[in-house]
Ligand binder design. Sequence first.
Ligand SMILES: Nc1ncnc2c1ncn2[C@@H]1O[C@H](COP(=O)(O)OP(=O)(O)O)[C@@H](O)[C@H]1O
Ligand SMILES: [Mg+2]
Length: 239
Amino acid sequence: MTNDPIPGIHDGAASVSLQEVSKVYRTGLGVEVRALDSVTLEIQAGQAVAIAGPSGSGKSTLLHVIGAMDSPDAGTITVAGQELTTLGESERTTFRSRIGFVFQRFHLLPALSALDNVAAPLLPLKVDFDRHERARDLLAAVGLAGRERDLPSQLSGGEQQRVAIARALVNTPRLLLADEPTGNLDSHTGSEVMGLLLELQRNRALTLLIATHDTSLATKCERVVHLLDGRLIDEEHAE
Ligand SMILES: Nc1ncnc2c1ncn2[C@@H]1O[C@H](COP(=O)(O)OP(=O)(O)O)[C@@H](O)[C@H]1O
Ligand SMILES: [Mg+2]
């Protein structure tokens, strides 16, 4: 892992710009699924944006192409001033390491304590700070002070997602992508986790994109964009 800076990504929250982005999946029998259909979207640095839409509308695909986990077939994506299509493979890896991801199923390592799960992304990196001190600070920031030694199996679903959120922040990302982060939680816990993500976005110079099919949670974000069959359909701005 290199320490090469991606311009802009650590200088403040990242802006995100998509110009006519399309992604087509081809399945075995030559059937084409247009997962993203000419999506044009401007997200300002520091915004909290919900990507709303029913299952299969392209929400995950949108987050994957913005996070450079997948490449679009057409169009351009610019994050913090960096156009992703111009990056080589090692630059894409560096870019990904500077973005925070939160998933529906937490993806914690079951044999590691909460503290070690949070610190894990830092292990391959040379850093000039104490890894465990940073992990401890982040666990406190997500409301889990005192739970550092607990294994994931000793934590509730909501607590596990808080650990996953702390882990996503350990590399000080300026863009946080959350894919159905409340999808495995009851509605009360899901609402708390949503509140935590928005609090972190406001306090830590983060741009936050949350994919969700839950419209009541989506409207807690300052901006909601709607996807249907891979197309952006309309947009509401909260007051
Ligand atoms: N790897 C893949 N191969 C083939 N089709 C896929 C793949 N990933 C997603 N799709 C299809 O693309 C469409 C959008 O999927 P997705 O982005 O996962 O939607 P959402 O997250 O909104 O449920 C769906 O029709 C889905 O079946
Ligand atoms: Mg999805």
